[in-house]
Design a protein around this ligand. Sequence first.
Ligand code: NAP
Length: 250
Amino acid sequence: MFCDLKEKTALVTGASRGIGSFIAKKLASHGAFVYINYNSSDARAQKIVDEIVESGGQAELCKFDVSDYEAVLNSFSDIIQAKGNIHILVNNAGITKDALLMRMKEADWDNVININLKGVFNCSKAVVSSMLKQRFGRIINISSVVGSMGNAGQTNYAATKAGLEGFTKSMAREVASRGITVNAVAPGYIETEMTDVIPEKIKEELIKQIPLNRIGKPEEIANAVAFLASDEASYITGHVFHVNGGLLCD
Ligand code: NAP
């Protein structure tokens, strides 16, 4: 089977909805046992677990705030004790708090940095020792096209995504000798609640700039993640995989 993930344990942050939920379902469909992380949407996260189990997969909830260092360390430690190890970590949880810089509140800067960037540090740090010991790991960080292009009204968000790409390339160099790969997937505009808030007129203008002439689907991001998580991607590390319909060619 292409992208066989049987016997692998994965943890996907922010998997209660949007792109994370599709990544979780995709990894489970390839055989992984998937931990569904989320922060507040209990019912929605449970629904993703139920969908996975009903279609023959394996999943469990794990609720924690990725920006809370102690909570992250404790949750990972519990999972590693229960399952033996985590093979695949997908750092997907992310938020936006958009405003032009001159109007941006300090709290909105801090909040986005703490969840989108410090959250990646927290989760990666919590898993790295066990991955080093098992001499295997796949870490996949969900960036954004905005990290490379920039976007008016998103200085906080773009800074986290550009930072996350630097983090990815640096961590990849630190852990490559132990069989751990660290990559980023940088989506363009994808149909989720995060983009639902974009007014229709602006969406139409955005679509005109996308050579494939449409907004992407969360499944299309999940496909890229499943590939990077698999043995077929064993020689890819420190890479930023753009999935954006041609909006930005690197
Ligand atoms: P979304 O639909 O808004 O979902 C966000 C997810 O993150 C939810 O499951 C949410 O869980 C979780 N989350 C938020 N804060 C959290 C925290 N502190 N701790 C743990 N989980 C938390 O977002 P999305 O559009 O799927 O985006 C997913 C990722 O893709 C993000 O990193 C985003 O930056 C990136 N991305 C999205 C697009 C796009 O067009 N949608 C484009 C480029 C990149 P709760 O509901 O439980 O809080």
